[in-house]
Design a protein around this ligand. Structure first.
Ligand SMILES: [Zn+2]
Length: 273
Protein backbone atom coordinates (compact mmCIF):
# COMPACT_ATOMS: atom_id res chain seq x y z
CA UNK A 1 0.00 0.00 0.00
CA UNK A 2 1.15 3.52 -0.83
CA UNK A 3 -0.28 6.77 0.52
CA UNK A 4 -1.69 9.68 -1.47
CA UNK A 5 -1.95 12.81 0.65
CA UNK A 6 -3.89 15.76 -0.67
CA UNK A 7 -4.85 19.15 0.68
CA UNK A 8 -8.04 21.15 0.11
CA UNK A 9 -7.74 24.94 0.23
CA UNK A 10 -10.98 26.20 1.78
CA UNK A 11 -9.81 29.57 3.09
CA UNK A 12 -7.09 32.11 2.32
CA UNK A 13 -7.96 35.18 4.41
CA UNK A 14 -10.43 36.13 7.14
CA UNK A 15 -11.68 39.18 5.26
CA UNK A 16 -12.90 37.16 2.30
CA UNK A 17 -15.73 35.99 4.60
CA UNK A 18 -16.70 39.40 5.93
CA UNK A 19 -20.44 40.05 5.35
CA UNK A 20 -20.54 37.13 2.90
CA UNK A 21 -21.11 34.01 4.99
CA UNK A 22 -21.31 32.70 8.55
CA UNK A 23 -17.73 31.42 8.77
CA UNK A 24 -16.47 34.16 11.13
CA UNK A 25 -19.21 33.73 13.79
CA UNK A 26 -18.80 29.96 13.50
CA UNK A 27 -15.04 30.31 14.01
CA UNK A 28 -15.67 32.39 17.14
CA UNK A 29 -18.22 29.94 18.53
CA UNK A 30 -16.01 26.99 17.80
CA UNK A 31 -12.89 28.35 19.52
CA UNK A 32 -14.86 29.18 22.66
CA UNK A 33 -16.50 25.76 22.79
CA UNK A 34 -13.10 24.12 22.29
CA UNK A 35 -11.49 26.24 25.00
CA UNK A 36 -14.29 25.64 27.51
CA UNK A 37 -14.39 21.91 26.81
CA UNK A 38 -10.64 21.72 27.37
CA UNK A 39 -9.86 20.57 23.82
CA UNK A 40 -7.57 23.53 23.10
CA UNK A 41 -5.07 25.33 25.33
CA UNK A 42 -4.97 29.02 26.17
CA UNK A 43 -2.01 29.31 23.80
CA UNK A 44 -4.04 27.88 20.90
CA UNK A 45 -6.94 30.14 21.77
CA UNK A 46 -4.65 33.17 21.72
CA UNK A 47 -3.07 32.09 18.44
CA UNK A 48 -6.52 31.83 16.87
CA UNK A 49 -7.12 35.48 17.70
CA UNK A 50 -3.69 36.26 16.29
CA UNK A 51 -4.52 34.48 12.98
CA UNK A 52 -7.74 36.42 12.91
CA UNK A 53 -6.05 39.80 13.23
CA UNK A 54 -3.26 38.79 10.85
CA UNK A 55 -6.03 37.96 8.36
CA UNK A 56 -4.32 34.62 7.68
CA UNK A 57 -6.38 31.47 7.35
CA UNK A 58 -4.10 29.42 5.13
CA UNK A 59 -0.79 27.63 5.79
CA UNK A 60 0.11 26.62 2.25
CA UNK A 61 3.71 27.79 2.32
CA UNK A 62 4.38 26.09 5.67
CA UNK A 63 2.79 22.85 4.51
CA UNK A 64 4.74 22.68 1.25
CA UNK A 65 7.96 23.29 3.20
CA UNK A 66 7.14 20.51 5.67
CA UNK A 67 6.21 18.12 2.85
CA UNK A 68 9.39 18.93 0.93
CA UNK A 69 11.59 18.36 3.97
CA UNK A 70 9.94 14.98 4.49
CA UNK A 71 10.04 14.15 0.78
CA UNK A 72 6.27 13.95 0.50
CA UNK A 73 4.66 15.02 -2.76
CA UNK A 74 2.37 18.03 -2.24
CA UNK A 75 -0.98 17.74 -3.94
CA UNK A 76 -3.48 20.60 -3.58
CA UNK A 77 -7.05 21.27 -4.64
CA UNK A 78 -7.81 24.99 -5.03
CA UNK A 79 -11.10 26.61 -6.01
CA UNK A 80 -11.93 29.07 -8.78
CA UNK A 81 -15.60 29.48 -7.84
CA UNK A 82 -17.22 30.42 -4.55
CA UNK A 83 -19.74 28.42 -2.53
CA UNK A 84 -20.74 27.03 0.87
CA UNK A 85 -18.29 28.90 3.07
CA UNK A 86 -15.57 29.10 0.45
CA UNK A 87 -15.20 32.72 -0.54
CA UNK A 88 -11.75 33.55 -1.87
CA UNK A 89 -11.47 35.10 -5.33
CA UNK A 90 -9.36 34.24 -8.36
CA UNK A 91 -6.79 36.97 -7.65
CA UNK A 92 -6.00 35.51 -4.23
CA UNK A 93 -6.02 31.99 -5.66
CA UNK A 94 -3.63 32.97 -8.47
CA UNK A 95 -0.89 34.04 -6.05
CA UNK A 96 -0.95 30.56 -4.52
CA UNK A 97 -1.37 28.76 -7.84
CA UNK A 98 1.86 30.41 -9.04
CA UNK A 99 3.70 29.47 -5.86
CA UNK A 100 2.41 25.88 -5.93
CA UNK A 101 3.40 25.48 -9.57
CA UNK A 102 6.87 26.91 -8.98
CA UNK A 103 7.38 24.51 -6.06
CA UNK A 104 6.48 21.42 -8.01
CA UNK A 105 3.11 20.74 -6.40
CA UNK A 106 0.37 18.79 -8.08
CA UNK A 107 -2.58 21.06 -8.58
CA UNK A 108 -6.24 20.17 -8.99
CA UNK A 109 -9.55 21.97 -8.76
CA UNK A 110 -11.55 22.20 -5.55
CA UNK A 111 -14.92 21.97 -7.24
CA UNK A 112 -18.10 23.85 -6.40
CA UNK A 113 -20.35 22.83 -9.31
CA UNK A 114 -21.36 19.22 -8.92
CA UNK A 115 -24.65 18.70 -10.72
CA UNK A 116 -24.91 20.96 -13.76
CA UNK A 117 -22.97 19.98 -16.88
CA UNK A 118 -22.70 23.51 -18.30
CA UNK A 119 -21.55 25.07 -15.03
CA UNK A 120 -19.12 22.22 -14.47
CA UNK A 121 -17.58 22.78 -17.90
CA UNK A 122 -17.28 26.52 -17.25
CA UNK A 123 -15.59 25.83 -13.92
CA UNK A 124 -13.13 23.43 -15.54
CA UNK A 125 -12.35 25.89 -18.36
CA UNK A 126 -11.73 28.69 -15.87
CA UNK A 127 -9.32 26.54 -13.87
CA UNK A 128 -7.53 25.54 -17.07
CA UNK A 129 -7.20 29.16 -18.20
CA UNK A 130 -5.79 30.22 -14.80
CA UNK A 131 -3.34 27.33 -14.38
CA UNK A 132 -2.45 26.44 -18.01
CA UNK A 133 -2.23 22.82 -16.92
CA UNK A 134 -2.73 20.14 -19.60
CA UNK A 135 -4.22 17.50 -17.29
CA UNK A 136 -5.65 17.84 -13.83
CA UNK A 137 -8.07 16.35 -11.37
CA UNK A 138 -10.72 17.51 -8.95
CA UNK A 139 -12.17 17.04 -5.50
CA UNK A 140 -15.53 18.54 -4.65
CA UNK A 141 -15.70 21.04 -1.81
CA UNK A 142 -17.48 19.26 1.08
CA UNK A 143 -17.22 16.14 -1.15
CA UNK A 144 -20.62 17.13 -2.53
CA UNK A 145 -22.03 14.75 -5.10
CA UNK A 146 -25.27 13.55 -6.58
CA UNK A 147 -25.90 10.30 -8.42
CA UNK A 148 -24.84 12.10 -11.64
CA UNK A 149 -21.68 13.85 -10.37
CA UNK A 150 -19.08 11.21 -11.17
CA UNK A 151 -20.28 10.60 -14.72
CA UNK A 152 -20.51 14.37 -15.30
CA UNK A 153 -16.93 14.78 -14.04
CA UNK A 154 -15.70 12.20 -16.56
CA UNK A 155 -17.71 13.91 -19.32
CA UNK A 156 -16.22 17.29 -18.32
CA UNK A 157 -12.75 15.87 -19.00
CA UNK A 158 -11.00 15.48 -15.65
CA UNK A 159 -8.01 13.17 -15.47
CA UNK A 160 -8.96 12.05 -11.96
CA UNK A 161 -11.38 12.72 -9.16
CA UNK A 162 -11.00 12.09 -5.44
CA UNK A 163 -14.43 12.88 -4.02
CA UNK A 164 -15.67 9.40 -3.19
CA UNK A 165 -15.23 8.34 0.43
CA UNK A 166 -14.96 4.56 0.55
CA UNK A 167 -12.59 1.66 1.09
CA UNK A 168 -12.17 0.81 -2.57
CA UNK A 169 -9.23 0.74 -4.93
CA UNK A 170 -9.00 3.43 -7.62
CA UNK A 171 -11.11 2.56 -10.66
CA UNK A 172 -11.94 4.08 -14.02
CA UNK A 173 -15.12 5.88 -15.06
CA UNK A 174 -14.64 6.16 -18.82
CA UNK A 175 -11.25 7.90 -19.18
CA UNK A 176 -11.25 9.36 -15.67
CA UNK A 177 -9.65 7.71 -12.63
CA UNK A 178 -11.68 7.79 -9.46
CA UNK A 179 -9.55 7.74 -6.30
CA UNK A 180 -11.73 7.00 -3.28
CA UNK A 181 -10.13 8.33 -0.11
CA UNK A 182 -10.39 6.90 3.38
CA UNK A 183 -9.09 9.43 5.90
CA UNK A 184 -10.18 13.05 6.30
CA UNK A 185 -8.72 15.20 9.11
CA UNK A 186 -12.08 16.66 10.17
CA UNK A 187 -13.90 13.34 10.26
CA UNK A 188 -11.24 11.91 12.55
CA UNK A 189 -10.70 14.88 14.88
CA UNK A 190 -14.14 16.46 15.00
CA UNK A 191 -15.83 13.09 14.82
CA UNK A 192 -19.04 14.34 13.17
CA UNK A 193 -19.33 17.48 15.30
CA UNK A 194 -18.73 21.07 14.27
CA UNK A 195 -15.81 21.46 16.65
CA UNK A 196 -12.91 19.36 17.88
CA UNK A 197 -14.59 16.64 19.93
CA UNK A 198 -11.68 14.21 20.33
CA UNK A 199 -8.24 14.58 21.83
CA UNK A 200 -5.07 13.51 20.02
CA UNK A 201 -4.92 10.06 21.66
CA UNK A 202 -8.44 9.18 20.59
CA UNK A 203 -7.94 10.67 17.10
CA UNK A 204 -4.83 8.51 16.66
CA UNK A 205 -6.72 5.38 17.78
CA UNK A 206 -9.47 6.02 15.26
CA UNK A 207 -6.94 6.71 12.51
CA UNK A 208 -5.13 3.43 13.20
CA UNK A 209 -8.44 1.59 12.84
CA UNK A 210 -8.95 3.20 9.43
CA UNK A 211 -5.41 2.31 8.31
CA UNK A 212 -5.90 -1.28 9.49
CA UNK A 213 -9.16 -1.46 7.58
CA UNK A 214 -7.40 -0.23 4.42
CA UNK A 215 -4.72 -2.92 4.90
CA UNK A 216 -7.37 -5.61 5.49
CA UNK A 217 -9.18 -4.59 2.32
CA UNK A 218 -5.86 -4.77 0.43
CA UNK A 219 -6.08 -1.21 -0.85
CA UNK A 220 -3.27 -0.22 -3.21
CA UNK A 221 -3.50 3.42 -2.19
CA UNK A 222 -4.47 4.99 1.10
CA UNK A 223 -6.11 8.35 0.45
CA UNK A 224 -5.67 11.07 3.07
CA UNK A 225 -7.22 14.53 2.99
CA UNK A 226 -5.57 17.12 5.24
CA UNK A 227 -6.53 20.80 5.08
CA UNK A 228 -3.61 23.27 4.99
CA UNK A 229 -5.62 25.50 7.28
CA UNK A 230 -4.92 23.16 10.18
CA UNK A 231 -1.17 22.96 9.64
CA UNK A 232 -0.67 25.47 12.43
CA UNK A 233 0.01 25.73 16.16
CA UNK A 234 -3.41 27.40 16.36
CA UNK A 235 -4.81 23.93 15.70
CA UNK A 236 -2.26 21.95 17.66
CA UNK A 237 -4.15 18.63 17.73
CA UNK A 238 -4.55 18.74 13.96
CA UNK A 239 -0.90 19.70 13.40
CA UNK A 240 0.35 16.99 15.77
CA UNK A 241 -1.99 14.46 14.18
CA UNK A 242 -0.61 15.16 10.69
CA UNK A 243 3.02 14.98 11.83
CA UNK A 244 2.31 11.76 13.74
CA UNK A 245 0.48 10.21 10.77
CA UNK A 246 3.41 10.88 8.43
CA UNK A 247 5.88 9.43 10.93
CA UNK A 248 3.67 6.39 11.47
CA UNK A 249 3.32 5.68 7.74
CA UNK A 250 7.05 6.19 7.17
CA UNK A 251 7.88 3.86 10.07
CA UNK A 252 5.68 1.25 8.37
CA UNK A 253 7.53 1.65 5.05
CA UNK A 254 4.62 3.25 3.23
CA UNK A 255 5.71 5.24 0.18
CA UNK A 256 4.02 8.49 -0.78
CA UNK A 257 2.90 9.33 -4.30
CA UNK A 258 0.70 11.96 -5.89
CA UNK A 259 -2.29 11.22 -8.13
CA UNK A 260 -0.39 11.48 -11.43
CA UNK A 261 2.29 9.06 -10.25
CA UNK A 262 -0.39 6.62 -9.06
CA UNK A 263 -2.17 6.86 -12.44
CA UNK A 264 1.16 6.18 -14.18
CA UNK A 265 1.69 3.12 -11.98
CA UNK A 266 -1.81 1.76 -12.56
CA UNK A 267 -1.74 2.35 -16.31
CA UNK A 268 1.67 0.64 -16.58
CA UNK A 269 0.18 -2.44 -14.91
CA UNK A 270 -2.86 -2.25 -17.20
CA UNK A 271 -0.64 -2.09 -20.31
CA UNK A 272 1.37 -5.13 -19.29
CA UNK A 273 -1.73 -7.36 -19.21
ZN1 LIG B 1 -13.37 22.15 0.81
Amino acid sequence: MKAIISHDIDHITVWEHLFRDMIIPKYMARMHIELLSGKISMREYTLRWSDFFKNKWQNIDELITFNNIHQLPSSFFIAVNKGIGLNYGNTAAMLWIEQMKSRNCELGLHGIEFDNAINMKQERDLFESLTHLPHFGIRMHYVRNSDRTFQLLQDTGYRYDSTEHSFRNPYKIGRMWEFPFQIMDGWVIENYKKWQSLDLVKAKENTLKLIDKAVDQKLEYLGIDFHDRYFSHSFKTWLDWYVWLIEYLKANSIDFVNFHTAIGEMEAIGDSH
